[in-house]
Design a protein around this ligand. Structure first.
Ligand code: NAD
Length: 457
């Protein structure tokens, strides 16, 4: 029997649990069960499904502190942020329940004295949902929640890095939803591969661009609809009219939250030359006051990375930059005196576009900083990436912000401290960040197929 071994990256990878890996036959059986269940779930109707989602939110509310503690222990997210991950996921689950009825109303497209035409949305059926580890609850809520309310039944594979979080979620959800509506499978990429190659009707994937491309390839010959939420390398442009003290803390939070492991984190800082030294020195002061340590400790600001393999990748990316002439302003190495996947918060200058830290997604506490003189150059540098998820613009000028936002090749753009992550918006990117559209009406459209009904009056 094969098992996933769960470890604590804050405590030198101490083993904290094991979860049995799903066999191919188990995956096949779960897909078959999902098909047997899908009609009843669809016929239950949106009102009742939304009520069940509300019940689920209440059930998770009861379990939220235990879940946050598990996230901190298994994934390494500082406990204060882990509580936010759970609250945030619950806010989204509640929003899907609240808005579903309105979204599912048929759309009248034509009415004459002889004919009525409407467009109705129908669920796909069986959705295979696959998630990464970086927000163990938020990822589940985003990839599965709206699917369920919409009327799809879900087979969910959580990441192999967070199998205990996966089990915790499965136990809570299956207490509330009818049997077969939500099932989980456990394992690494090979189990995900088995799942997406079964008779599923929709694949909702959150994870790296590399894996997303493989899944798209597997789905294309069968014309299976996919929704892709992939990697990012968001630019942050700081213009000369900014108050550095006002924006620097925000930049720090955005880049270093969850130890830099956030898809739309600000991963490349592009600063007007007149503010370059001030931004650097302010960030260095902020970093010096932050505490790196055990994620379960209430006073920790930055925990470990999720796993040794992420730490090694980060080391390679930073070593490549240094070999090509980059200068480390702070950090640039594993944290001394701590045992686990710890890396010091790092600021790097003299960065050039041939470096891996500029070209690749950097999933860790490392921020490259470059300068610009003209707006055109700033936009060119911002767009100089295969990714197009988030983008951040720091300026007091509304006119400039709107001009720049219109030219950025990103699915989401924010000015100063205004967050685009809101239940009223979609989350999703341009270019190789995917093009998936989660949440609100946009997500609902993505998770349903439309049918024209043309009838006599
Ligand atoms: P990953 O692509 O390695 O794995 C993601 C999931 O896919 C895991 O559950 C994994 O087991 C599974 N998987 C791997 N190979 C597979 C295959 N061939 N077929 C099916 N499933 C397979 O990504 P990761 O390292 O777990 O997560 C980090 C990535 O996720 C980053 O790139 C980050 O930007 C991205 N991310 C994106 C969003 C978003 O909404 N855009 C949100 C969170 C994370």
């Amino acid at each position: 029997m094969s098992e996933l071994i769960s470890t604590n990256p804050s405590k030198n990878y101490e083993v904290i649990g094991k979860v049995k890996v799903s066999t191919k036959q188990e995956v096949i059986d779960k897909v078959a069960k999902a098909h047997r269940t899908k009609k009843t779930w669809q016929q239950l109707g949106v009102t009742k499904r939304a009520q069940l989602m509300q019940k689920l939110v209440i059930e998770f509310e009861k379990a939220k502190e235990a879940l946050a503690k598990l996230i901190a222990k298994e994934m390494g997210m500082p406990i204060i942020q882990a509580r936010e991950d759970v609250e945030f996921g619950l806010e989204y689950l509640a929003s899907y329940a609240d808005s579903a009825e309105k979204q599912q109303k048929p759309i009248l497209t034509l009415e004459t004295d002889k004919e009525i035409h409407t467009v109705v949305h129908e669920p796909y059926g069986v959705a295979a949902c696959i998630a990464p580890w970086n927000f163990p609850f938020g990822n589940f809520a985003w990839v599965c929640g709206q699917n369920l309310v919409t009327g799809n039944v879900v087979i969910f594979k959580h990441s192999e890095e967070t199998p205990l979080c996966g089990k915790f979620i499965e136990d809570v959800v299956t207490k509330i939803l009818p049997s077969g509506v939500f099932q989980e499978v456990y394992g690494a990429g090979n189990v995900g591969e088995i799942l997406i190659n079964q008779d599923v009707n929709l694949i909702c994937f959150t994870g790296s661009t590399k894996t997303g491309a493989k899944i798209n390839q597997a789905a294309a010959p069968r014309f299976i609809r996919t929704s892709m939420e992939l990697g990012g390398s968001a630019p942050g442009i700081v213009f000369e009219d900014c108050d550095v003290d006002e924006v620097a803390e925000h930049i720090f939070e955005n880049r270093f939250i969850n130890c830099g492991q956030m898809c739309d984190a600000l991963k490349r800082l592009i600063v007007h030359e007149s503010k370059f030294e001030e931004v650097k020195s302010t960030l260095l002061k902020i970093i010096a006051n932050k505490k790196v340590g055990d994620a379960s400790n209430e006073t920790t600001d930055i925990g470990p990375l999720v796993a040794e393999r992420q730490l090694k990748l980060l080391e390679e990316q930073v070593a490549d930059a240094v070999a090509k002439g980059a200068k480390i302003l702070v950090g640039g190495k594993r944290s001394s005196g701590l045992q686990g996947a710890y890396y010091e918060p790092t600021l790097i200058e003299d960065v050039t576009k041939d470096m891996r830290i500029w070209q690749e997604e950097v999933f860790g506490p490392v921020l490259p900083i470059v300068s610009f003189d003209t707006q055109e150059k700033a936009i060119r540098m911002a767009n100089d990436t295969q990714y197009g998820l988030g983008a951040y613009v720091f300026t007091k000028s509304k006119k400039r912000f709107e001009e720049v936002a219109a030219q950025l090749e990103s699915g989401m753009v924010s000015q100063n401290n205004v967050s685009y992550v809101n239940t009223c918006n979609f989350f999703g990117g341009y270019k190789m960040s995917g093009g998936g559209r989660e949440h609100a009406q946009f997500g609902f459209d993505e998770l349903t197929q439309t049918k024209v009904i043309a009838e006599e009056k």
